[in-house]
Design a protein. Structure first.
Ligand code: NAI
Length: 304
């Protein structure tokens, strides 16, 4: 009996149908890893152009994976790619896409108002057992969950860019996330090939809570004139063994994104001086110097 019970509960918690909302950088990667793991995926975006681009880039990425994994078996590689692609449907209506989902992962624009509008609709449309999750980087899971009734079936699934390559998944428990939901999220993360860590709903979870203030402190050090950008980067690479220095990391992440996260946290936690605005970042952003993507930040880049 005990065995029957455990196997049926394991079956119940298995996620087979995933709806990913937002077909941009993160959503397309999340759709890819779920499809690669054998799940049926519906990828939703407001823009059908974005969906077409996402399918193309997922196809390219899968081909790259196939070349590596099925080096000597090109036919199996082709099968792997076509089967994974066939598991991804696309749609522009989140409501009908949620109706068949066991899990919905949201990866739309980082704006609490837009996320609220979406989750209200999803909460009404999705079956009772469906888990709703957000891939937010900087917003609070509890704040996002405030508009849904199923707070026990809501949590954070925070991936890293590029999703198919980065091995970490932060599984975030909100104040009311149930044990069963948490367990299913952890299992799902493992199924899609990630190493999962658990975190409470605190600003930035683990990685960004440490990384953003670290970048901020590096910029403040530079701003005070204590060291050059290049020397700060060399110091952290050769002295701390980091693969990238904080100034080049800031340029890579984007100074606008760094500012957006700091400003949001500063507003919510004005007491925390680590989250204070940085005049130099504000100035660079106002001049359109956003880092790698604009051609200049702390360093200059050749435009592609
Ligand atoms: P992105 O801009 O590449 O993609 C967002 C997509 O959402 C766009 O294609 C847009 O058309 C679509 N969208 C906007 N509103 C929508 C709606 N109401 N319904 C359906 N689709 C909608 O953004 P990105 O970088 O993929 O980020 C998405 C989320 O993932 C954000 O919450 C961000 O904080 C989070 N995140 C981003 C990371 C990164 O490195 N870029 C890392 C981890 C999390």
């Amino acid at each position: 009996l005990a065995r029957n019970f455990s196997s049926s509960s394991a079956l119940q918690s298995t996620v087979k149908n995933v709806t990913v909302i937002g077909g941009g950088l993160m959503g397309s990667g999340i759709a890819q890893v779920a499809a690669q793991a054998g799940q049926n995926v519906t990828l939703v975006d407001v823009s059908s152009d974005v969906l077409a681009k996402a399918q193309k880039s997922i196809g390219n990425n899968l081909n790259r994976v196939a070349k590596k994994v099925y080096k000597d078996k090109p036919q199996e590689g082709e099968k792997f790619v076509s089967e994974a692609l066939a598991r991804i449907k696309t749609a522009t209506d989140p409501v009908s896409a949620a109706a068949a989902a066991d899990l919905v992962v949201e990866a739309i624009v980082e704006n609490i108002g837009v996320k609220h509008q979406l989750f209200k609709k999803l909460d009404e449309a999705a079956p009772a057992h469906t888990i709703l999750a957000s891939n937010t980087s900087s917003l609070s899971i509890n704040d996002i969950a405030s508009v849904v009734k199923r707070k026990d079936k809501f949590g954070g699934l925070h991936f890293f860019n590029p999703v198919p390559v980065m091995r970490l998944l932060e599984v975030v428990r909100g104040a009311e996330t149930s044990d069963a939901t948490y367990k299913t999220m952890m299992e799902w993360g493992k199924n899609v090939g990630k190493t999962c860590i658990t975190c409470k709903d605190t600003p930035g979870f683990v990685v960004n809570r440490l990384l953003v203030p670290y970048i901020a402190e590096a910029v403040r050090l530079f701003e005070r004139g204590d060291a050059s950008a290049r020397d700060i980067d060399i110091a952290m690479k050769l002295g701390a063994g980091y693969p990238m220095g904080p100034m080049e990391l800031a340029d890579y992440v984007g100074l606008d994104t760094t500012k957006f996260i700091l400003d949001g946290w500063h507003k919510k936690y004005p007491q925390e001086t680590l989250f204070n605005p940085i005049p130099m970042v504000d100035k660079l952003v106002s001049e359109g110097k956003l880092g790698v993507k604009s051609g200049e930040g702390f360093y200059k880049y050749e435009k592609k």
